[in-house]
Design a protein around this ligand. Structure first.
Ligand SMILES: C[S@@+](CC[C@H](N)C(=O)[O-])C[C@H]1O[C@@H](n2cnc3c(N)ncnc32)[C@H](O)[C@@H]1O
Length: 308
């Protein structure tokens, strides 16, 4: 580093991060220590294991400007994930900004259910479907993909699958496309499509999907919500009535899945009973699954009974 690139004064990262922590705490940011540390790591590009060594270093001017800008945004209340521009989801490090919902821990559980269903459908297909259907490629659709969190996790964790990422928001698909680029060869069988739910897909896929997974908007306008979510796109969160997309997806999925296919839907805990009952009337089996906090969070429906 040349002198002209170095910030003036006797600053080191330890001092800067401590000062940022105080400013963040004064601004009412919860977990100010975590925010200050992660913003410091992001500004310097240090891996967590390198951070202790970086603390005694003098900051580079460009890194300091980035650090100050991120601290200011966080002080204004912007979610840490948007400020950092990246967030971990299962095995992936996803790019996120305010065009997409911040991927949630409960959705990691839903993505895990999708991974499980891919393997279970692959092995069950021969028992349930005619031979020609059982030999079809495993095709997964992540409808309302946002950052691509669920579908890209499936592509990363499962071998030999075709994955469709769809969204009605072109802006969200731009983010998903950036995250797809980060997958390298594991993303070679992932495609994107814009449109509302199944209408985004080619009619040729009807009756051929192995797994459909979705985390649709399911928050009602009158629900008690964390004020922090005002930073996220409203179209990704709210529905009126709150279950409208969930009901549409259950009712429509039957004609898009093949006979051994599975539907996985994320929803609010108080919606699981209604959606499980609806799914049980249209599928051979419908079960409720909990998130890591032990709250009912997802319905998995297997083997559609009838075509719409
Ligand atoms: C709750 S977010 C989920 C995002 C991502 N799948 C995740 O789990 O983090 C819902 C997503 O559904 C999309 N969406 C809303 N209405 C839609 C529609 N009619 N058809 C397709 N996608 C829709 C939103 O743009 C948003 O990306």
């Amino acid at each position: 580093m040349t002198d002209s690139e170095q910030a003036s004064g006797n600053l080191d990262w330890r001092t800067l991060v401590a000062a940022a922590q105080s400013s963040l705490a004064e601004a009412g940011v919860p977990d100010a220590d975590i925010s200050a540390r992660l913003i410091g790591q992001r500004a310097t590009g240090a891996e967590p294991g390198e951070w202790v060594e970086v603390l005694a270093d003098a900051p580079h001017k460009r890194h300091l400007a980035h650090f100050d800008a991120m601290v200011e945004r966080r002080c204004q209340g912007e979610p840490l994930q948007y400020v950092l521009g990246q967030w971990g989801f299962r095995h992936l490090d996803l790019f996120v900004d305010n065009r997409v919902l911040i991927p949630r821990p409960e959705t990691e559980t839903v993505a895990g259910l999708a991974v499980t269903e891919v393997e279970s459908v692959r092995h069950a297909a021969g028992d349930v479907t005619p031979e020609d259907v059982a030999e079809l490629p495993v095709i997964v659709a992540d409808l309302g993909t946002g950052s691509g969190a669920i579908g890209l996790s499936v592509a990363y964790e499962c071998s030999d699958v075709d994955v469709w990422l769809t969204d009605v928001s072109a802006a969200a698909l731009t983010v998903a496309r950036a995250n797809l680029a980060g997958l390298g060869t594991k993303g070679s069988r992932v495609r994107l499509a814009e449109g509302s739910w199944f209408a985004a897909l080619s009619p040729e896929l009807q009756g051929r999907l192995s797994v459909v997974v979705s985390n649709p908007p399911y928050v009602g306008h009158d629900d008690d919500i964390d004020p922090q979510i005002r930073w996220e796109p409203a179209d990704a969160l709210f529905a009126e009535p709150a279950e409208q997309h969930l009901v549409h997806l259950v009712e429509t999925a039957t004609s898009w899945l093949h006979d051994a296919g599975s539907l996985i839907l994320e929803m609010a805990p108080d919606q699981t009973s209604t959606i499980q009952q609806l799914a049980a009337s249209l599928f051979d089996e419908a079960t409720v699954h909990n998130d890591l906090a032990g709250r009912p969070r997802a319905v998995v429906a297997r083997r559609p009974l009838q075509r719409n």
